[in-house]
Design a protein around this ligand. Structure first.
Ligand code: ZN
Length: 160
């Protein structure tokens, strides 16, 4: 198998190098788009939380810290966005986001974030997995209708 991005031999759609580059690029874009200069990360020790902290530390320029809005970075992957969309459709939860709250991994799938943590050797609490009833429902749907997860994630991204 070849990497979709650079064409080098890879065991996955993206090689390790490209995967880290892509995830960091997406995070950079999210930070620039929101104009984040000062942020706290909702880091619960989970893989998503640890990766969000790692990216925030590396990518947010500390120079301008303490000025401007205080952001809260939440550890939400594309999968989680998809879940939120489904929850909204099922009207079981309010999905309104707080104005100063954003995620810098919302363009990435959970699987990619797990791989990123492995490549970058980021340690996390394996018992802290974000598994809600909706997660389980999506996993069931994915089993019977392959592609559900990606389709929902895509729709969730368009819907903010
Ligand atoms: Zn590559």
């Amino acid at each position: 198998m070849e990497c979709n991005r650079c064409g080098k031999k890879s065991s996955d759609e993206l090689c390790d190098n490209c995967l880290t580059e892509v995830i960091e690029k997406r995070a950079k874009k999210a930070i620039a788009k929101a104009g984040i200069t000062n942020a706290a990360v909702e880091d619960d020790g989970s893989c998503e939380g640890r990766v969000s902290s790692y990216l925030a530390e590396r990518l947010i320029s500390a120079k301008k810290a303490k000025k401007g809005r205080n952001w809260l970075i939440v550890p939400e992957t594309a999968d989680r966005k998809a879940e939120k969309l489904l929850e909204k459709m099922l009207e079981s939860k309010s999905t309104r986001e707080k104005p100063n709250q954003t995620s810098i991994i919302s363009e990435s799938m959970s699987e990619e974030v797990f791989r990123y943590a492995k490549i970058r050797k980021i340690k996390y609490n394996k018992h802290k997995e974000h598994k809600t009833d909706t997660t389980k429902l999506i996993e069931k749907l994915e089993k019977s209708h392959k592609g559900t997860k990606t389709a929902l994630a895509k729709a969730g991204r368009q819907l903010k």
